[in-house]
Design a protein around this ligand. Structure first.
Ligand code: ADP
Ligand code: MG
Length: 421
């Protein structure tokens, strides 16, 4: 009876999520900080915060007071599936993300992406306060042994200046040549992807430890290579693999985890599943689902920042990749046949998440302050455009007729990782 009830709830939940469309956009307004702690806004050239201009009117509406000296006050409102006010903590965000985790266990790929200017709370939202808190006393496997434990693997990568860096690589931080979708090299005729370190984890603690290691490397690189970690896009990928029919658990690629994570050797499993969008062939009898957590680089405008030299170069890469992301969402919203995924590594990397293979949640992060108003409006505009994307299966629209570009169609019917018995 327990399993039947669980199955019924899942079906209900999946139907609900599909009816709501599979791109959801939330907005989070971070708490105000003392003016001295606020990042300087290059656009307004203002250094003092003079009150908050972005407010959560209710839990679906943001209001921005766009008053400027000598002009009439203009109020702009933006609607999202959910708006978090400054007083709402990580728990509120997590509560809303939980249904997506249920989808993950049902075999859907899930992507959660944070967008916003530097200092707007993207990393805080995606990964929590730093240093990363160890997870609570959650077990490494479901209690009772009633359910098969999926194999869990994690990869952490950074996209900096349109290059992909593997933050879990044994050699510290290897630059990966990026995606080589075009090169059909494998014997099965499948296209090759760069090997990316993909490490098995046996518990939430191990997973957080690896993500923490990746973050530390991102921060170290940030001090040596670029000004701060908001200059790169971070993608944490967690891949779950389970036996397809509730049968035998797929063999772990490493000795079973015994509490400590395997430190050495750090094995790069070539053709690693999940970390890059075009996963290699899945062995028969296995189901796999992938969770991508994307902490995007700061979206502030490069032109206005007065940056020069390497800073200008990295800012222009960020602008180009975020513009490419907006273009992809625009093409999807307009249901164009050609979606320009290949215009940047970021969009190429996230092709499946953007194009319909995954359930996508975009969290637009904004600062409440007047001095960040221009960037706040830009970010909210991005979120509003992302909401216009309705992929197949969304809001009851029929699937478009005629040929579609690869990845631009709707959800694959999932194979649950824990099939109801
Ligand atoms: P970003 O990644 O967008 O550059 P961060 O996540 O690093 O921004 O946030 C900037 C600062 O604001 C950090 O000190 C962070 O702890 C704090 N902060 C951001 N969002 C929140 C929040 N919702 N609650 C409390 N502090 C926050
Ligand atoms: Mg950040």
């Amino acid at each position: 009876r327990f399993h039947r009830e669980r199955q019924r709830r899942r079906q209900l939940h999946n139907r609900l999520v599909e009816l709501q469309g599979n791109i959801r956009v939330h907005c989070r307004i971070r708490p105000a900080m003392p003016a001295a702690a606020e990042p300087h806004d290059p656009v307004s050239h203002s250094s003092s915060a003079s009150g908050d201009v972005a407010h959560a009117v209710d839990d679906e509406t943001v209001l921005v007071q766009c008053s400027r000296p000598g002009h009439h006050a203009v109020h702009k409102t933006f609607n999202f599936e959910r708006v978090y006010g400054p007083a709402e903590g990580q728990a509120a965000v997590f509560a809303d993300v939980c249904p997506l985790l249920t989808s993950l266990l049902d075999g859907y790929n899930v992507c959660i992406m944070a967008y916003g200017q530097t200092g707007s709370g993207k990393t805080h939202t995606m990964l929590g306060p730093r240093p990363l808190a160890p997870p609570g006393p959650t077990g490494s496997s479901p209690g009772g042994g009633a359910l098969p434990t999926p194999r869990v693997e994690v990869s952490v990568l950074e996209v900096y200046n349109n290059d992909i860096f593997d933050l879990l690589a044994e050699d510290g931080c290897a630059a990966r040549p990026g995606l080589r979708r075009e090169v059909p090299t494998t014997r099965e005729g499948r296209k090759a992807v760069s090997p990316l370190t993909c490490l098995p984890v046996g518990s939430a603690g191990e997973l957080m430890e690896l993500v923490g290691a990746g973050l530390r490397l991102r921060a170290r690189r940030a001090t040596s290579v670029h000004a701060d970690s908001s200059r790169s896009h971070l993608v944490v990928t967690v891949t779950l693999t389970a036996a397809a029919s509730g049968g035998r658990h797929p063999p772990s690629p490493s000795p079973p985890a015994t509490g400590r994570r395997p430190r050495a050797p750090r094995r790069a499993s070539s053709g690693s599943p999940g970390a890059l969008p075009e996963s290699p062939a899945r062995p028969a009898g296995q189901v796999r689902a992938r969770l991508q957590l994307v902490d995007l680089a700061g979206s502030e405008c490069a032109a206005a920042s007065g940056a020069r030299g390497p800073a200008l170069r990295e800012a222009s890469f960020i602008n180009r990749s975020l513009a490419a992301l907006a273009d992809v969402l625009g093409a999807l919203a307009a249901r164009r046949d050609h979606v320009p995924y290949r215009n940047s590594k970021l969009t190429h990397l996230l092709q499946d998440a953007l194009g319909g293979d995954a359930k996508l949640l975009v969290i637009v992060c904004v600062s409440p302050h007047r001095q960040h108003m221009a960037e706040t409006l830009q970010s909210l505009g991005f979120g509003a455009r992302a909401r216009q994307v309705e992929r197949q299966g969304g809001r009851g629209r029929p699937a478009p007729r005629g040929p579609r570009s690869v990845g631009a169609c709707g959800l694959r019917p999932p194979s649950p990782l824990f099939p109801a018995t």
